[in-house]
Every structure is written in structure tokens, then in C-alpha cells.
Design a protein around this ligand. Sequence first.
Ligand code: F6R
Length: 364
Amino acid sequence: DKAGHRHFMAKEIAEQPSVIGTALTHYLTEDGRDIVLPGGTPDFTRIERMSLVACGTAYFACLTAKYWFEQLAGLPVDVDIASEFRYREPPVSKGTAALFVSQSGETADTLAALRYCKGRAGQVLSVVNVPESSIARESDLALPILAGAEIGVASTKAFTCQLTVLLLLALKAAHARGRIDDARLSDLLSQLRALPATFNTAMEIDPDVRIAARDLSGAQSALFLGRGLMYPLALEGALKLKEISYIHAEAYASGELKHGPIALIDETLPVIVMAPCDALFDKTVSNMQEVMARGGQILLISDAKGVAAAGDETWQTITLPDVDPVLAPILYALPAQLLAYHTAVAKGTDVDQPRNLAKSVTVE
Ligand code: F6R
């Protein structure tokens, strides 16, 4: 049932405020001021490092979580693609908590990586959408994301719910390790509780994204740029676009632009820049100037302050509501998803069943 939407993907994008709210209710105390992990809490004071492993979109959720665990909790994090991890057979010690992220809970490479870590890592955790899945069953602690069934092959609401649960876990770790005090925890949690409403407001970008998508649908290729927490989001934006519109897209950390990809810039290459007006914004503006000086076409996705600071030279802009930089990745997933969606609709591709792709990859 598409609930009046043209595609499951559109329905699942629209459901995000509600399912993020469900995940928050599950993991927050009634007064909303503390985090509870219903299945038990790992002893974060004894964990020395974390190893995060997944495939595809779930891997980008892990890349985002690396910033959170490192910056908020002071925990060193390795992030690996499951198919690389399992055959590399890296050393894993008891001080490591291994964490596997999977919507389906059945991805063959992720499951094999989990089995490799059993008996080696101090603890095996998972973040899954399907609680009765193999990955959930074989973990010491499985954290459900409660996104509900995801039908569209391109993952949307599972990604934002994965991010929500990973952020809660990072905050729990940060608090347990004495890295954030009660006041900062309470402040971030109150902003998280407001996120479903902010996300709802953000849905108002839809008409602007549609206009940008009309132009993008004529492109052969596109480049996504982001720094810090926006870098994994740029990767996710490029993956979504490839998957459902079949337009070639690549993502780079903005600072890498001049180390190679700048050679691609000309009038035909749309460059999508994801950059809230945070501490790194000025650096991103100078990257945008380098692109514009070479005739590149920029679509800037930012907040009102960022859009104003960038000036009116930018090709197009999409303005999101203000949000604490820590939470920004969850909100900035929306334009990444909508841009791919509307571009695919403009091209007339099969949005929910893109060619060559399966929802659950249970073979290598
Ligand atoms: C992209 C997408 C895939 C999955 C990947 C992992 O939109 O859906 O990249 O994220 O196949 O799947 P799970 O999360 O089920 O392990």
C-alpha cells in the first residue's frame, strides 16, 4: 500500500518524521532526558575501540557514526565494507566492540563479517531493521531501528533510522565515558526530540528539489561534495542518484577536490554541495568558488545562513531549517533522497525496482 504516493520510495521518504519519532520513543526515557537500551547497555568504559562493518547505504551510516563515536565519545573507530573486511581477516581484539549495520539483517557479506568477529571481539553488536534476522539473532546485542518494512529497493527511512540509533548509541557512550555532561546530553536529546518536527518542516524543500532535479535529469554525470559529517552524506547522495536515475555520480570530500576531481569540472557537470553553515563552511565556500571559476554548475544544499553567505552566484540553492551540526546528517539525508527520487521520476525510470538491484543481497 503506497498510501496515496506514486511510489513506495516517496511514501518511505515521507514516513521519516514518524519512524524517527518511533525510534526515539523506544530509546528514550519517558521524560526524554536519558537514553535506555532495552536489551542491555555495553560497558563503554571498557571498550577501547569500535569496528563498524556494513555494505552500501548502511556503510555510509557507519561512516557518519565514526564522526560521532570519535568526536563525542572519544572512541577510535574503524569502518569497513563487509566484503573487504571478511577476506582481509583483520586482527580483532577483546577491547573491540564490533558493530554491524544492516536493514535486512541478511546481507551475506555482513553476516560473514559478524561470524568472523564472534569469539574475537569483546562484544558483537548490531543495528538492524528486522529483529528476527540472522544478524540480529547472532549478535550479543541487537538494536532495532523500528523503521517498519522498507519496500523501495533504494534505502531511505532505514538510513535515517540507522543514523538516529547510532547517534543515540554514541551519546550513551559519550555520557558513560564522561565526555559529555548531563547538560549537553539533555540539550542534544531535546534537539533530537524536536527532529521529527524539523524534518516535517524540511519537506517544504520538495518544490525546489523538483526544479533542481529537472536540470539534473539531463546530465551525464554529477559530483557530490561534503566535508566532515557531510562527506558520508555526499556519498549517500551519489549512490541514491546512481541507483535509481542511472546517472553516473561520484562523491568526494570537499578538500579532495584539488587533488584530482577538479579536472572534471566544466559547464556540463552539476556539482551538488552539502554544507550547513558550520565551522567548516568557509572552507567549502572556497571550494565552490574554485568550481564556479571553471564554469561548474553548483547546487548548494545548506541552511538560510549558508545560502546567504554563499552569495547569489550559485546555480541553485535548497534551504533547510537550522539544526545542531551534530544532528545535521539525519536532516540532510532528505535532500539527498528527494533529489535522486525526482531526477528518476523526471527520467521515467523504475524508481522502486531499479534495474539489476535486489532489496536483500543474500549472495556474495
Ligand atoms: C542502497 C541500498 C543498499 C543497501 C545494502 C545493504 O539504497 O539499499 O546499498 O544499503 O545492500 O543492505 P542491508 O542494510 O540490508 O545489509
